[in-house]
Design a protein around this ligand. Structure first.
Ligand code: CP
Length: 326
């Protein structure tokens, strides 16, 4: 029995989506992380594949560029033996004027069992979920949410800290989320997920790159002083300046931004010896993070990517596998 988001109180038990971290809640996060722990073992097998979703079809519908999330979902689906239908915007009939609604209804009519959606507009996956009967997974919508990135980050942290997937897995862990928080769906999702598991989160950014109401976020503090914050922080989670959302206009210059809010080589050298660096990718080396910092052994960027496979296998399995087996 999964606690992933039911579509509505009236919806059948097997109609579920993953749209945001709030919908998952603490129990849902722990459930995904527990299932991901068991799927992580599959990656170490000579043939990293299980038959759990044989006969099922997963479609990836990306209206925005992606390297990690798209490849991760497609790899996860294949490792579960599902078929994958990959929707490329440039090669689709969207360029002829086809709407999002008609596109997803077309995919459903082809017998797709689940759609993974990335869209530049906040709320697009929720709209898609209201049009079709199959499960929808949000792979990032505008500034709003990126739930599987947050789940991957929680799994990577639990793994690095050798903590089992439990409701108190990150109790007391001091995490600083640094950079362009205003435009970041990752920051919105990861701050919630970390807080659900007990982490104490501080947002660090210039005023111009903070969200309009940081007091409504589940965080302990907001700071403009990166050096003071990271001197007593266990995890520094670095965000990219979201140039595609106009973040460049919110800082006087990249050079000044890097000097005040970048994880430079000097700052990386001053981190607590036990501290971890994280970044959801893509990294822009030399802006928000120096190469010397990104390449540190305690930088978990590639661990986050690896964790993303196990977590997305868990999400696909919980949304499709339990219904199939039940
Ligand atoms: N972290 C992340 O969402 O990366 P992509 O945009 O490459 O999917």
């Amino acid at each position: 029995m999964t606690v992933l988001q039911p579509r509505s109180p009236e919806a059948p038990e097997d109609r579920r989506d993953l749209l945001d971290v709030d919908g998952l809640g603490r129990d849902g996060i722990v459930e995904v992380l527990r299932v991901a722990e068991s799927f992580a073992e599959v990656a170490r097998r000579p043939i990293p594949k299980v038959p759990a979703l044989r006969g099922r079809t997963v479609a990836t519908l990306f209206y925005e560029e992606s390297t990690r999330t798209r490849l991760s979902f497609e790899t996860s689906a294949r490792r579960l033996s599902a078929d994958v239908m990959s929707f490329g915007l440039g090669a689709s009939s969207v360029s002829k004027g086809e709407s999002l609604r008609d596109t997803v209804l077309t995919l459903q009519a082809m017998g797709v069992d689940l759609i993974v959606v990335r869209h530049p507009s906040a709320g697009a996956p929720q709209r898609v979920a209201s049009w079709v009967d199959i499960p929808i997974v949000n792979a990032g919508d505008g500034w709003h949410a990126h739930p599987t990135q947050a789940l991957a980050d929680c799994r990577a942290l639990c793994s690095a800290l050798d903590r089992p997937a439990r409701a108190d897995a990150l109790d007391g862990l001091r995490v600083a989320i640094v950079g362009d928080i205003r435009h970041s769906r990752v920051a919105r999702s990861v701050s919630r997920a970390l807080s659900f598991l007990g982490a104490v989160v501080t947002l660090v950014a210039p005023s111009s790159l903070l969200p309009p109401r940081p007091d409504t976020w589940p965080v302990a503090a907001v700071s403009h002083d990166l050096d003071a914050t990271i001197a007593c922080t266990d995890v520094v989670y670095v965000l990219r300046l979201q140039a595609e959302r106009g973040a460049g206009a919110f800082v006087p210059s990249l050079r000044e931004y890097t000097a005040r809010f970048g994880i430079t080589a000097e700052r990386a050298a001053g981190l607590l010896p036990s501290a971890y660096l994280m970044h959801p990718g893509p990294m822009v080396r030399g802006v928000e993070i120096a190469a010397e910092a990104a390449d540190l052994a305690r930088c978990l960027v590639t661990d986050q990517v690896a964790a993303g496979i196990a977590v997305r296998m868990a999400v696909l399995f919980l949304l499709l596998g339990s219904a199939q087996n039940g």
